[in-house]
Write a protein that binds this ligand. Structure first.
Ligand SMILES: [Zn+2]
Length: 125
């Protein structure tokens, strides 16, 4: 009389086919759409590169990139949260003087209305 009950063994075997599914080493960046992952990487690089200088540069635009004919991507440091932000990910309330640029969540938390169209300056009154 077997110590191992055959039916159980076979069941296990059948299941192991599905267990075999190896976890691929996906980094968290690869879960995101390519562009957003790229921007996240760049934002991280900026903040590493700037280090303590972020304090001095807060509120400033770091870089602009043309994404297509109508959209411009802007990397900037939010004056309030001092994080490196991108207008397409974090929103941007752009300061024409380039001194008080602010991300959308910070603008909202201060009750500053965002101009329509993701923060392009022309709508600001
Ligand atoms: Zn902010």
């Amino acid at each position: 009389m077997g110590r191992i009950r055959r039916r159980d063994k076979e069941k296990k075997k059948a299941f192991s086919i599905f267990d075999d599914d190896e976890p691929s080493d996906v980094s968290e960046d690869e879960d995101l759409p390519k562009d957003e992952a790229g921007r996240r990487k760049i934002k991280r690089q900026y903040s590493e590169l700037l280090g303590v200088r972020i304090e001095k540069l807060k509120g400033r635009i770091l870089n602009r990139e043309r994404i297509n004919k109508t959209i411009e991507g802007v990397y900037f440091i939010c004056i309030d949260c001092k994080k490196v932000c991108h207008n397409m990910d974090d929103g941007l309330l752009e300061d024409p003087e380039n001194a008080n640029n602010r991300c959308a969540p910070c603008a909202r938390s201060k009750g500053i209305p965002l101009p329509p169209g993701g923060g392009k300056g022309q709508a600001a009154a």
